[in-house]
Design a binder for this molecule. Structure first.
Ligand code: GAP
Length: 485
């Protein structure tokens, strides 16, 4: 498992092994924007597919959609994002660098904790939470001054007052620029679900309770964008809105809280790396909210948010669109009469796909060292990615590039392609090829050698234990399938 000390090693590893690159790197990159390379894209897709399958295929009462990134600008007025989607910011007068206030204070608290001043750090965060809950900007500025928190660029504590800063990106629709054509890049995928609620409910003849899921890109002009892919300006969300009868929402909220935690565990994240964090200050649309936090190399941070969003969003869209957005519930209530027309309440589960990728990579990143028999040092870096989401499941390696071994290996690779991704590699010594596959996180390597020609057996090597055994060629595909299901 990674820690703060080797976080930079993880970032380099991701680049060296085709997981993640800074965006447009040949032009020196773009701050807080990243590209997924061949292995990263596959890992991300595997996680997204698992989420999609678990939400839709495995829940009869949830359907999936794919709404557009661009939406009518009134969507964001109705949702509250135009007026409320802002963070308190403070600028350093000397460096002109802008900080999100909570992140500036949190960074100082982290520094105190790393210096062994744990109690001081916890007290600072507690005071900050209290001031944020009251929107007490003057108090927050005083807290920054009292703690002598300085700008990392100028090294000074000359701060402006705290102001709100909207996080949405905007652009123009069509060729004429001007306010009338201003549209936004969606800051969350959820609104596409709310706006499509009636279309989906009617065409799917869905009965409450039911859910609508979607995955897709979201964009936020994050001011302090750091910690690699943890906080990006372009990122991907996997969101599900579960529509329920008013009054039952807190019961469903508890159910989804539990179910989502279990999902992360089933993905391969150990229970002790996950925890709940209840919100002290609720968003304008929520009547209950909790984060599932993961212990990243830089501490426990939000991985997923679960919100009880009341009927806020549908109600707002009904007001702004002037279209009735209601559900007719013909089931009978306790008084024997049908529940009738109402605006459903909503439980939302919203997880950042990039944060999940980072969680899996930091959990999997392992540096191992040992002594060879002759006393010299040996070691490896291995990504112990759960086999079901690893980009490649198997590498097939002919021992030598001759004697018919490559042909046997190629045949095996072809056989695998129906069921999973397999990688063919014949360059370099077998030891070097094993190390490379360890670094990419491929769970199994099969070596085709001269004995294969005699008895159709190969050696299969397990990535995590490095143990090897001989199995028949025909057993390779079932063996791998068993491990990835
Ligand atoms: N629809 C609700 C919503 O968007 P959120 O807590 O703002 O709630 C949900 O975001 C999830 O999206 C977070 O838990 C996080 O995993 C991910 N996320 C949010 N901002 C992000 C960013 N700048 N970079 C990467 N992931 C982000």
């Amino acid at each position: 498992m990674a820690n703060e000390n080797n976080f930079s090693d993880i970032i380099s590893h991701c680049k060296e092994y085709g997981y993640l690159f800074p965006s447009s790197e040949i032009y020196d990159g773009l701050s807080a924007v990243y590209d997924y390379g061949q292995n990263g894209a596959q890992l991300k897709k595997n996680i997204r597919d698992l989420w999609w399958k678990s939400m839709t295929q495995m829940h009869e009462d949830i359907v999936g959609i794919d709404a557009a990134i661009f939406m009518h600008p009134l969507t964001w007025k109705a949702s509250g994002h135009v007026d409320n989607f802002s963070d308190p910011m403070i600028d350093n007068k000397d460096s002109k660098k802008r900080y999100r206030v909570d992140q500036l204070i949190e960074a100082h608290a982290d520094k105190l904790a790393s210096e062994g001043k744990k109690e001081e750090s916890e007290e600072l965060l507690k005071v900050m939470d209290g001031l944020i809950a009251k929107d007490d900007f003057a108090g927050l500025k005083q807290l920054i001054l009292d703690n002598n928190i300085k700008c990392s660029v100028s090294g000074t504590a000359h701060w402006t007052d705290i102001r709100q800063f909207n996080l949405m990106f905007d652009t123009q629709l069509g060729s004429v620029s001007g306010e009338a054509d201003k549209i936004y890049l969606r800051p969350e995928t959820a609104q596409g679900i709310f706006v499509d609620f009636l279309n989906v409910q009617k065409t799917g003849r869905l009965k409450i309770p039911f859910g609508i899921a979607q995955t897709g890109k979201a964009f936020r002009n994050e001011i302090v964008a750091r910690q690699f892919i943890f906080r990006m300006r372009e990122f991907e969300q996997m969101e599900m809105e579960f529509f329920v009868r008013p009054g039952t929402e807190l019961e469903w909220y508890e159910r989804w809280k539990h179910e989502r935690l279990e999902w992360h565990k089933a993905l391969g994240i150990p229970a002790e790396k996950l925890r709940f964090h209840n919100h002290t200050k609720l968003a304008h649309y929520a009547n209950a909210a909790v984060d599932i936090e993961f212990e990243f190399p830089f501490g426990f941070k939000e991985l997923e948010g679960i919100h009880s969003r009341t009927d806020y969003d549908l109600k707002q869209h009904q007001t702004y669109s002037k279209k009735k957005i209601q559900y007719f519930d013909n089931e009978s209530g306790p008084d024997g009469k049908p529940y009738g027309n109402y605006i459903p309440y909503v439980i939302e589960t919203s997880v950042g796909l990039d944060r999940l990728v980072l969680a899996i990579i930091s959990l999997s990143f392992t540096e191992e060292k040992w002594k060879r028999e002759d006393g010299s040092d040996d070691g490896r870096v291995v990504l112990k990615i759960p086999p079901k989401i690893a980009p490649y499941k198997l590498a097939v390696l002919p021992l030598v590039k001759k004697d018919g071994l490559p042909e046997i290996a190629r045949d095996l690779v072809k056989k695998c392609h129906q069921d999973f991704y397999a990688f063919y590699e014949e360059k370099d010594s077998i030891g070097k090829r094993y190390r490379r596959m360890d670094a990419i996180g491929t769970p199994f390597c099969v070596t085709v050698d001269h004995q294969t020609k005699e008895d159709q057996t190969v050696t299969i090597r397990d990535r995590d234990t490095m143990t090897q055994r001989r199995i028949h060629l025909d057993e390779v595909v079932p063996e791998v399938l068993k491990a990835i299901r």
